[in-house]
Ligand binder design. Structure first.
Ligand SMILES: [Zn+2]
Length: 110
């Protein structure tokens, strides 16, 4: 492939790690596979969210929604003003921050 493909680097938050740890092995495997696609082109496999979660994108995996942000968007869309991003203070645009796992819509309540 070409010069255009630049792999993103993944950083998981504690919240994500905690939620991920609760999942069964099958689902962990499915999510890991999806994440390996995500690093190639996070925009094409995800959708933006709205409202107070608009600094996140979501990726569907069965009943689960993986919420993440891309540091490029932290900056270009001003998302750090909604929710500070600890990662992208410097030149770290090609980073994906795995924020949380929404299981059966829990995150969207309240
Ligand atoms: Zn960021």
């Amino acid at each position: 492939m070409s010069e255009a493909s630049q792999i993103y680097e993944i950083i998981a938050t504690e919240t994500f790690d905690k939620m991920f740890g609760k999942l069964e092995k099958d689902m962990k495997d499915r999510i890991s596979k999806k994440i390996s696609k995500l690093v190639e082109n996070p925009y094409s496999v995800s959708e933006t969210l709205t409202g107070n979660l608009k600094h996140f994108r979501k990726l569907r995996i069965g009943d689960i929604r993986l919420l993440f942000r891309i540091c490029e968007e932290c900056k270009t869309k001003g998302h750090t003003s909604i929710s500070p991003c600890k990662v992208c203070s410097n030149e770290m645009n090609k980073h994906i921050i795995l924020g949380n796992i929404d299981w059966r819509g829990k995150i969207y309540q309240g």
